[in-house]
Design a protein around this ligand. Structure first.
Ligand SMILES: NC(=O)c1ccc[n+]([C@@H]2O[C@H](COP(=O)([O-])OP(=O)(O)OC[C@H]3O[C@@H](n4cnc5c(N)ncnc54)[C@H](OP(=O)(O)O)[C@@H]3O)[C@@H](O)[C@H]2O)c1
Length: 249
């Protein structure tokens, strides 16, 4: 069944990992789709994977002028949005002493400020019945050494989803969060760690997980599809964990 038939969808950070898997699943379910990313090569690879019908927009979620331009392009192509998946995010690992102001601002700029203003600027395009989905992380409730700023950015995002859940439902707009545990995506190779160190961290995480494995991006995409669809019409301001039991430890 095409759960998103006739719906227009924007996925930020749709060129890789969770966003790309969601883009594929949303397409299979009848959505008209736009995705963003910053790296033109990543967007070109996503075009190969998704086909020419998907609107690929190079846009930095941390840049307000680019967010405004993104929404103008969406309005020109789709006139409105039914689903906004605020998924773009970065994670940089560093012990507390080594967190620079630039690193702090980059993480907060993409993960928190970018998410907030993407939602704000999209509001004029979102109709009653629309669904906003935000990707948080179980790092927002678990301590994670070397990821203090990342965890804080995602904790703020969870709070944002609760407040906006209340604020937007009177307009018929639902907002919810997906909180993934460890998912096998390229994000682990972008931590800025020396070669081999990321592999060691991945092996340690898989061993620690009650499920003894990483989740697959499709396992997050399936929840995103549910939240995007009218099946989730009465779910508001929730954060749903998909982590193979990791946060139970
Ligand atoms: N994988 C996990 O274990 C895990 C766990 C919990 C939460 N998450 C969250 O899940 C989301 C997706 O991550 P992923 O694991 O799928 O990682 P990924 O494979 O690295 O994908 C991240 C996506 O976001 C885009 N992106 C990053 N910064 C951006 C910016 N400033 N503006 C626009 N696009 C940007 C990337 O494209 P460009 O690089 O081209 O910009 C890419 O498309 C993130 O919010 C992440 O924090 C992931």
């Amino acid at each position: 069944m095409e759960k998103l038939k006739g719906k227009t969808v924007l996925i930020t950070g749709g060129s890789s990992g969770i966003g790309l898997a969601s883009a594929k699943l949303f397409l299979e379910n009848g959505a008209r789709l736009a995705i963003t990313g910053r790296d033109p090569d990543g967007l070109a690879q996503a075009r190969d994977a998704l086909g020419d019908d998907v609107l690929m927009i190079r846009s930095d979620s941390g840049n307000l002028a680019e967010i405004a331009s993104l929404m103008q392009q969406i309005e020109r192509h789709f006139t409105h949005l039914d689903v906004l998946f605020v998924n773009a995010g970065i994670a940089t690992a560093a012990p507390v002493e080594l967190v620079s102001e630039t690193m702090f601002d980059d993480i907060m700029g993409t993960n928190l400020k970018g998410a907030f203003f993407t939602i704000q600027k999209a509001l004029p395009l979102l109709r009653a019945g629309a669904s906003i989905i935000v990707t948080t992380s179980i790092a927002n409730q678990l301590g994670a050494s070397n990821f203090s700023v990342y965890g804080a950015s995602k904790a703020a995002l969870r709070s944002l989803v609760q407040s906006l859940g209340l604020e937007l439902i009177s307009r018929g707009i639902r907002i919810n969060a997906i909180s993934p545990g460890p998912i096998a995506t390229p994000i682990f190779d972008r931590f800025g760690l020396p070669p081999g160190v990321a592999d060691g961290i991945k092996a340690e995480i898989a061993q620690k997980s009650p499920s003894k494995r990483f989740g697959q991006p499709l396992e997050i995409a399936k929840l995103a599809l549910f939240l995007a669809s009218d099946d989730a019409a009465y779910i508001v301001g929730e954060e749903i964990i998909v982590d193979g039991g990791m946060s139970l430890l």
